[in-house]
Ligand binder design. Structure first.
Ligand SMILES: Cc1cc2nc3c(=O)[nH]c(=O)nc-3n(C[C@H](O)[C@H](O)[C@H](O)COP(=O)(O)OP(=O)(O)OC[C@H]3O[C@@H](n4cnc5c(N)ncnc54)[C@H](O)[C@@H]3O)c2cc1C
Length: 428
């Protein structure tokens, strides 16, 4: 089948990968002029980690990853006021955990299909007209084309979702925060493999030292209502200056560094909740379908899992998209509902609203030094979703892709994650 996929983030290329393996002809459409670089760091584990293993990309991801060792909360003077060791995440996932740039994950997935899947950059699906045996698709720039199926993998603010399922405001559940991220070169001080974070009631600024003398800054602040987000860097700087200007610690220096930063990420922290993810010949995956938000810390892995299941169900149903779409929803929805509910529970304590809340959080974090308490507070991290082995079930429909993995960057030494995994003999 010819399948248009709007969005070349994490979900889109992952779906293209699996569709290609089952002999389909996916076409990726991405509004950005090229794959995005840099940006925020994601934690990566669970079902998505297992799917990455099936895709043959784990060694590369572990090379690109950071083995974060500590989350440290500091006061206005930079003195440690709380925090915890990330050892608990390793323990709870059986060492199947890493942290890496979202853009590195997306690019690594894309590298498995590069040159084999038509990708149209700088464009987007602008209209969807369903006909009895195909979908007529209009683009922002390219001429219209016909496809068998259309998939929206275009993130939280999905255009495909708005076109086929209804307006965003009816799908978005705002969780009461906005989040921003940007990076700069040459910032000092640096602390390797440590998130350093300073909070005032309702506001938090975090820095993380990356390779190549880059530093990532993340801002999170409470908002009562889903405020509009400025389109450009200038407008986003203005918002961050306004929200954080009176904070101490390194915040004045960070705001000064922001003046020369580009590609400032700023968005509402929201989930997407819609009654159906599929309609006729159109389906949604990733954040477009059921964004869990950064509070779940697993959106990328979940997007990859949805891609794996959607492509596998299409193969299993012999390309009967009606049956496949319905099985995809049945299999994934209870799992995603639970992930969304657990992220919502965490929302109230993510950035405490009062000084007492911050002090209480810091005190609780000290208890994380006791392994049993840490295990209890972090909770179950393994995704017991029981993913089918679609390729083994339908071997005649799958074609292993000869992977053309890029060589590991010589400039970046293998991460500690990789070394620890090797030392411990962990299967990757
Ligand atoms: C600050 C922050 C921290 C996070 N931390 C984690 C974490 O620790 N772990 C984790 O797993 N997840 C984390 N997430 C969530 C994770 O980034 C998302 O869940 C994941 O990227 C979803 O993948 P996706 O492919 O569905 O969407 P995206 O990655 O958003 O990709 C969507 C793609 O569609 C493109 N697009 C958008 N509109 C159009 C259009 N109209 N036409 C064409 N293309 C379009 C975009 O340019 C983009 O390339 C975090 C998110 C944020 C904001």
């Amino acid at each position: 089948m010819k399948i248009a996929i709007n969005g070349a983030g994490v979900a889109g290329p992952a779906l293209a990968h699996w569709l290609l393996r089952y002999g389909h002809e996916p076409v990726l459409i991405e509004k950005a002029p090229a794959l995005r670089k840099g940006g925020y760091i994601i934690d990566f584990w669970g079902a998505g980690y297992d799917i990455a293993g099936k895709m043959g990309i784990l060694p590369r991801l572990l090379d690109l990853g950071y083995q974060v060792e500590e989350v440290r909360f500091v006061d206005a003077q930079g003195q440690k006021s709380g925090g915890f060791s990330t050892e608990v995440f390793w323990r709870m996932t059986g060492d199947r955990f890493t942290s890496l740039q979202r853009s590195d994950l997306a690019a690594t997935i894309y590298s498995t299909i590069e040159g084999k899947v038509e990708t149209i950059f700088d464009d987007g699906i602008a209209s969807i007209e369903e006909r009895p045996d195909h979908v007529h698709v209009g683009f922002d720039h390219a001429s219209p084309r016909d496809f068998d199926l259309v998939i929206g993998a275009d993130g939280l603010h999905s255009r495909v979702r708005s076109l086929a399922f209804g307006p965003e405001k009816e799908a978005e559940r705002f969780l009461g925060y906005c989040v921003a991220a940007f990076e700069v070169t040459g910032y000092r001080p640096r602390e390797e493999l440590t998130y350093v974070s300073h909070a005032l009631p309702g506001r938090q600024v975090t820095r993380f030292s990356k390779r190549g003398d880059r530093t990532l800054f993340m801002f999170c602040y409470r908002e009562k209502a889903p405020v509009p987000i400025p389109d450009d860097d200038a407008g986003r700087r203005e918002v961050l200056r306004r929200e954080f200007t009176d904070m101490k610690w390194e915040v004045p220096a960070i705001l000064a560094a922001m003046e020369n930063a580009e590609n400032i990420y700023l968005d509402r922290v929201s989930q997407i909740e819609i009654p159906r993810w599929t309609k006729g010949r159109v389906a949604l995956i990733g954040d477009a379908a059921a964004c869990v938000s950064l509070l779940a810390g697993e959106g990328c892995g979940l997007a990859m899992t949805e891609a794996y299941v959607l492509a596998g169900e299409l193969a299993g149903a012999g390309n009967d998209h009606v049956a496949a779409f319905s099985r995809y929803e049945e299999r994934m929805r209870p799992f995603l509902d639970a992930k969304q509910a657990s992220a919502r529970k965490f929302a109230s304590s993510f950035v405490p609203e009062t000084s007492f809340g911050i002090a209480f959080r810091n005190w609780m974090m000290r208890l994380m030094a006791i392994p049993q308490v840490a295990n209890f507070l972090v909770g179950e991290l393994n995704d017991n979703i029981g993913l089918p082995e679609y390729e083994a079930a339908y071997p005649e429909r799958s074609h292993a892709l000869p992977m053309r993995m890029p060589a590991a960057k010589t400039s970046a030494p293998p991460s500690t994650t990789w070394k620890v995994a090797r030392r411990k003999g962990v299967s990757i």
